[in-house]
Structure formats: structure tokens, C-alpha cells
Design a protein around this ligand. Structure first.
Ligand SMILES: [Zn+2]
Length: 93
């Protein structure tokens, strides 16, 4: 399976509308920060969605075997749009 760039793969992805850290509501038009992983054979999977107050903008310690990414996006009717990559554990891929 070809690995898509995360910003492309996750654009339009469904998302919850509360911050995973503080439970604050994320409304349509709000910005959100999400963390996603890619293991061999899977696509990009969103693990965490946070408001911009809680969202970490760097990956920190990388996880073994995973390509990880932090993205910023606008939430629009339970979907992530306008996705941009903020940090990635394997920027060369
Ligand atoms: Zn929050």
C-alpha cells in the first residue's frame, strides 16, 4: 500500500468534537490539533484530538515501529479540513 502524506490522507477524516485532554467542545470553525500514527499496512489513524490550548505541537520521544505525525486542522461538521503537518517522526518518508 502506498503511504500518502499525512496531511493529504487525514483531510476530511471524521473527528470527535470534544478535546481529548480537557473535554472542551470543539465547534465547527475551531482549530484543533491531532496526533496520528501509521504502522506498516495500516493507513494513518488519528489517536488523539485536542483543542489548541492542550494540543502538543511536537511528537517528543518517537514510538518504535510507527510513523507519527502532529497535524493542525479546522474542524468542520465533525471532519478535519485544511490539514497541515506540524511535526512528523519520519519526515523523510
Ligand atoms: Zn483542551
Amino acid at each position: 500500500m502506498t503511504k500518502l502524506p499525512p496531511a493529504k490522507a487525514l483531510n476530511g477524516e471524521k473527528t470527535g468534537t470534544t478535546c481529548d485532554s480537557c473535554n472542551k467542545g470543539i465547534r465547527t470553525g475551531d482549530k484543533a490539533v491531532a496526533y496520528a500514527t501509521h504502522y506498516d499496512g495500516d493507513g494513518w489513524i488519528i489517536r488523539r484530538v485536542s483543542c489548541t490550548d492542550c494540543g502538543q505541537t511536537s511528537i517528543g520521544l518517537p514510538t518504535d515501529g510507527a510513523d507519527e505525525v502532529v497535524i493542525e486542522a479546522v474542524v468542520w461538521r465533525n471532519r478535519l479540513v485544511g490539514v497541515t503537518t506540524v511535526d512528523r517522526s519520519r519526515p523523510e518518508e
